[in-house]
Ligand binder design. Structure first.
Ligand code: BF8
Ligand code: SF4
Length: 635
């Protein structure tokens, strides 16, 4: 087994990894080591098994002439595999968006009493964008029309996605010219699967062109709608205090961990945890209270809106259980390790699946239905309370690490914060960039992966960027990594940020790294970039802006889709480890080069977070030069 210090930079994680080792509990890092060496063909993307004449694999050391049985070469095989990753990632995000739209519809029809429309202003403005009449109508009537329109958009066959029309004019025109303006989410994803079926297209460029269209239907479609509709239904986040890391688990309270992505059930669980019946049951059971904490993006969702503490990010999901203090873990969909059930079996922990889309063999399933959300949430909490008495005190060890944080930033709150109370505008942000107080901005997002030291790349990249006066916005597991390192506090600006960024953080009272939510909330970054373009003075398109993106520790297909919609929106984007495409130099050249000429954005792969940060800074400087901006104020 490798040293725990080599596995993670996080102290709480290291402590529980030691405990896992002492108790012979296998975790992701052990399984990763036992998987070595991993399949080179898979890593390079040159294995094809989409038809039964295969599987075929291309010799990476050959002369390049080798073909699969059907005649497909490495370029075709690599492009098809990558395109299918995009489709799968876009499907996951978009299906999440669909479920929120469904909840909005049921709520509007009075069939799901647990959900009340929380943000009327956003409902009215989104309805307006969809051409729905607002004046003189009840919010439920408007919401019903909106939910129906949105649900229809998933299967829309022709036309253009409404949200994609929010992009800067020049961008929309470019997408139209390239033929990649997304029509419907389902349509683009299905077409991606069709195009990559045996014996359809074998021009790698054409395959990846549609890959961008499918990715755009995620970022400017499914994900953006997931964000907007969640804001309408659960409330648009406001800056809020919270806590993070395994130390948020409580010694003497019932610990319920919610894990996954969709906020529909966990929102109600948070509310039900304050129900008088639940509170009296807790007392009977001898616990001091009930503590809801989250893992992954479900956690980000309820942190952003309610300040619910974060227990950890992707690689900490098993570790939360190994503290021995979790009475119940409730999962919905996405980023759930199948290993959770084995780890839960080592403790008293009850694991509960809730989505019909996601069951684990042998694990209790309590199916979530919007119509009965509150009762179901209470039933789950009752199970947790009942299970508290089975917790073995002698097996509990909760690390003390527990950092304060501020989250809850959105495209709208950047407005009111940087713009001041009376003049909601991006002007001060643009002016700060133009004047050279801020170099630019970077989105650092994405997962953890045991192929890199847990949290290390997220934290070091973010620190290097803010040191160089680059404002960082973050989502997903990257945001949680920063939180655990104490970087989501205003004080972090004084410790780590450059002088220009420090001045801004001090005046406005914000951290140098802004937590803007879950992975579907990367759409908030797209909107922020668009608002910056529209404010004026920094070019006419997202590709003109001094900005960059990164997913330093990515693992999920969703990250590939996110990367592609950022690149297709004109953003230079770095991934820590390469996409599985290096088996085709043509595809690699396109992804890391040629795309720039087409869409203004491209990828780079760099595992060293400091080097990667400097590639981003170089890119930002190049954009500043092209815009003829002033030199940096403090250089
Ligand atoms: O959707 S960052 S590990 S939890 S995929 Fe998963 Fe990656 Fe975390 Fe959020 Ni996003
Ligand atoms: Fe082999 Fe072609 Fe079938 Fe792929 S599609 S498995 S390369 S024969």
């Amino acid at each position: 087994m490798s040293e725990v210090k080599e596995r993670s930079v996080d102290l709480a994680t290291q402590k529980i990894l030691r405990k896992a080792n002492e108790e012979d509990i296998v975790v992701a890092w052990d399984r990763f080591e036992s998987m070595q060496p991993q399949c080179g063909f898979g890593e390079l993307g040159i294995c094809c098994r989409i038809c039964n004449m295969g599987p075929c694999r291309i010799d990476p050391f050959g002369d390049g002439a080798q073909r699969g049985v059907c005649g497909a070469n490495a370029d075709t095989i690599v492009a098809r595999n990558l395109a299918r990753m995009i489709a799968a990632g876009a499907a996951a995000h978009s299906d999440h968006g669909r479920d929120v739209a469904h909840a909005l519809l049921l709520s509007a029809q009075g069939k799901a009493g647990a959900y009340k429309i929380k943000d009327k202003a956003k409902l009215a403005s989104l309805a307006g964008e969809y051409g729905i009449k607002v004046e003189g109508r009840k919010k439920e009537e408007i919401a019903e029309d909106l939910a129906n329109k949105v649900l229809n958009e998933f299967g829309q066959q022709h036309g253009e996605l409404r949200m994609a029309l929010r992009a800067p004019k020049k961008r929309v025109e470019l997408w139209r010219k390239l033929g990649i303006m997304p029509r419907g989410m389902d349509r683009e994803i299905v077409e991606m699967m069709h195009r990559t079926n045996m014996g359809v297209g074998n021009d790698y460029k054409n395959i990846l062109l549609h890959g961008m269209r499918a990715a755009l239907s995620d970022g400017w479609g499914g994900s953006m709608l997931a964000t907007e509709l969640s804001d309408i239904l659960f409330g648009t986040p406001q800056p809020i205090r919270g806590k993070s890391n395994l130390g948020v688990l409580a010694e003497d309270e019932v610990n319920v961990v919610v894990h996954g992505h969709e906020p529909t059930l966990s929102e109600v669980v948070v509310e039900a945890s304050r129900d008088p019946e639940i509170l009296s049951l807790i007392k009977e059971d001898g616990a001091k209270g009930i503590n809801i904490a989250g893992i992954c993006c479900t956690s980000n969702e309820i942190l952003m809106r309610h300040g619910v503490p974060i227990a950890g990010n992707f690689l900490q999901q098993e570790l939360a259980l190994i503290t021995g203090a979790v009475d119940l873990m409730m999962v919905d969909v996405q980023c759930l390790m199948p290993a959770l059930s084995n780890v839960a079996d080592c403790f008293h922990t009850k694991l509960i699946t809730t989505s019909p889309k996601c069951k684990f063999p042998g694990v209790e399933h309590i199916e979530f239905k919007e119509e009965k959300a509150y009762e179901i949430a209470k039933d789950i909490l009752k199970l947790a309370i009942e299970n508290y008495k089975d917790r073995k005190k002698e097996r509990v060890s909760i690390p003390k690490e527990n950092e304060d944080l501020i989250a809850g930033f959105t495209a709208e709150s950047v407005f009111s914060f940087l713009g001041g109370k009376y003049r909601a505008t991006y002007r001060p942000l643009n002016d700060a960039i133009i004047a050279g107080r801020l170099r630019g901005a970077a989105g650092v997002v994405g997962c953890n992966n045991p192929n890199l030291k847990h949290n290390y790349a997220h934290i070091e990249m973010a620190k290097e960027l803010i040191k160089n006066d680059v404002l960082v916005v973050t989502t997903g597991c990257s945001a949680i990594a920063d939180a655990e390192a104490g970087l989501l506090q205003p004080e972090a600006a004084f410790k780590y940020a450059g002088k220009g960024l420090q001045e801004i953080c001090e005046t406005v009272g914000i951290p140098p790294i802004l937590h803007v939510g879950s992975c579907v909330d990367n759409s908030r970054i797209l909107i922020t970039l668009t608002n910056v373009v529209n404010e004026g003075g920094l070019g006419e398109d997202i590709s003109d802006l001094p900005v960059a993106g990164a997913a330093p520790e990515w693992m999920s297909e969703k990250a590939i889709s996110i990367g592609f919609y950022f690149v297709a929106s004109g953003v230079f984007t770095i991934f820590g480890t390469p996409h599985p495409i290096l088996g085709s130099s043509n595809v690699t050249d396109l992804v890391c080069g040629g795309l720039e000429g087409m869409v203004g954005g491209k990828f780079a792969f760099e595992a060293d977070p400091i080097k990667a940060a400097h590639l981003m800074i170089e890119h930002i400087n190049k954009k500043r030069e092209a815009l003829k901006l002033k030199p940096m104020m403090y250089e």
